[in-house]
Write a protein that binds this ligand. Structure first.
Ligand code: SIN
Length: 493
């Protein structure tokens, strides 16, 4: 089915560099396909080092004039961008659904979610306050000012094609930085449409530059930015393996880094929890985007006394989920992004069942009506999970719940923290002393306490350990795009 947009010009198919739509220097292109059917519906430039260099040149040239605008002026332009994102929310949602596969209502939710970061950072642009420090000796004034870091390279994932790039570009612009960006290979079209709207909003040429590239070409593009001393910061959301290589390869020019990497979130249900609330929280956190979310619970620990009751309630809810293509308004779970993603799910479930897991629902590939592809998987629950299973140590990134029975608080905290990752954790309990003990001991950047929906533009999003560093959203998210400069004025006696 051709993609129908109210504004067809939002379907952009070239790089955006220095305010112009340009083909890749080498003329190469790659195809973009619908994950629900595998059908190719667009193509975009397969860029290389020369395109990345052009983008960096434009961003470097635009940096001084953008930084020198007043904060109010920058805020007004970002606000105008926000207004255009909202005005075109339906088209953006259609693009997200088509290239990423999430159901249309969820895609619309993503547009509003991403837009909330743009609005927040437009408002924060005028609040990048410094400090006066009381002088330690007479005759001096000590001041702290915040300055934009410079050109920022934003490298974004496929699971939230709009929200992730919005929450990187908006704070960069608010701080006074300019941007070179590369969206994920699978989902370039939403990012291109977003950049068109930024252009429509009057954000000057060179302030945002975006190049697209296939997986094979991505190292050329990113490598050019890593080697470029003018690129002062990399902000990346994606795998821990790639995050580590960015940290290594940016060392030569000591770039500032924000890395939002893999998770392996524990979700703990204690025996004093409100079980219905815990099931609700798990449904929200686990099945958002079909489980393809880095804060998605990967290990669900349930205290033995409530294990059977919790499992029964959960099975009833999960078995009722409707799987189908984004084009079906009844769909709650869309396709996985590609065959590789599906193969990993199948592998994790097979390993869990081999090691004594019990299949409580799901466990199979699906072929829903109206979906020609083979990227659909039934929402699945595996019971009796334990830490010798692969799914205890790797993110499954799909609609699979693994239930791990546990006996006491000390044991479950040790299990929850038994991972190199530390992005998000969730727990349900009512004993207030336990709530504080557990919240204090979980080794993650984000903790949901009796709550499954955590992310918001006003709150800091990010991890600890091998889930990365830096924060997105909130006032902390703006700090990541600025330097702290100390000014010391003497001779004042
Ligand atoms: C992610 O999966 O990387 C981000 C999810 C979110 O913003 O909640």
């Amino acid at each position: 089915m051709p993609l129908q947009l109210t504004r067809p010009e939002l379907m952009c198919s070239e790089n955006f560099i220095d305010g112009q739509w340009r083909a890749a220097v080498a003329g190469a292109r790659y195809d973009v396909s619908d994950p629900a059917s595998g059908a190719v519906f667009a193509s975009v430039p397969d860029s290389g080092a020369a395109d990345a260099a052009d983008a960096a040149n434009a961003a470097a040239a635009a940096f001084g004039p953008w930084r020198d605008r007043s904060a109010r002026e920058r805020a007004q332009l970002i606000k105008r961008w926000h207004a255009l994102i909202l005005a075109n929310a339906d088209d953006l949602a259609r693009l997200i659904s088509r290239e990423q596969g999430k159901p249309l209502a969820e895609a619309r939710g993503e547009v509003l979610y991403g837009a909330s970061y743009v609005e927040w950072f437009a408002e924060e642009a005028v609040r990048t306050y410094g400090d006066m420090i009381p002088e330690p000796v007479r005759g001096k004034k000590l001041m702290v000012v915040k300055e934009p870091v410079g050109v920022v390279a934003a490298i974004t994932p496929w699971n939230f094609p709009l929200a992730m790039i919005a929450r990187k570009i908006a704070p960069a612009l608010a701080a006074g930085c300019t941007v070179v960006a590369k969206p994920a290979e699978d989902t370039p079209l939403t990012a291109l449409a977003l950049v068109r709207l930024a252009d429509d909003a009057g954000i000057p040429a060179g302030v945002i530059n975006l190049v697209t590239a296939s997986r094979a070409q991505t190292p050329q593009v990113v490598g050019a930015w890593l080697a470029d001393a003018r690129v002062r910061k990399i902000t990346f959301t994606g795998s821990t393996a790639v995050g580590k290589s960015l940290a290594r390869d940016s060392a030569a020019t000591l770039k500032k880094l924000s890395l939002e990497l893999g998770g392996n979130a524990p979700f703990i249900v204690f025996d004093d929890a409100d079980l219905d609330a815990a099931v609700d929280g798990l449904m929200v956190s686990k099945f958002r985007n079909g489980g393809q979310t880095c804060v998605s619970p990967n290990r669900v620990y349930v205290q033995r006394a409530v294990y059977d009751a919790f499992a029964a309630k959960l099975v009833a809810r999960v078995a009722a989920l409707k799987v189908g293509p984004a084009s079906d308004p009844a769909s709650q779970i869309g396709p996985m992004i590609n065959r590789r993603a599906l193969d990993k799910i199948v592998e994790h479930i097979a390993d869990a069942l081999d090691r004594g897991g019990a299949l409580l629902t799901g466990g199979e590939r699906l072929h829903p009506a109206g979906a020609a592809g083979d990227t659909f998987f039934a929402p699945t629950i595996v019971g009796n999970a334990h830490h010798a299973m692969q799914l205890a140590h790797e993110e499954t990134f799909g609609p699979v719940v693994a239930l791990f029975p546990f006996d006491d608080e000390a044991q479950v905290i040790a299990l929850a923290n038994d991972t190199p990752f530390g992005l998000a954790a969730y727990f349900y309990a009512r004993d207030i002393a336990r709530v504080w003990r557990v919240a204090d001991r979980l080794e993650t950047g984000i903790v949901g306490i009796n709550e499954g929906a955590l992310a918001a533009e006003v709150a800091p999003f990010g991890g600890v350990k091998e889930s990365g560093y830096g924060r997105e959203g909130s006032r902390y998210g703006l700090d990541d795009y600025m330097h702290t400069k100390y000014l010391c004025m003497g001779g004042l006696t």
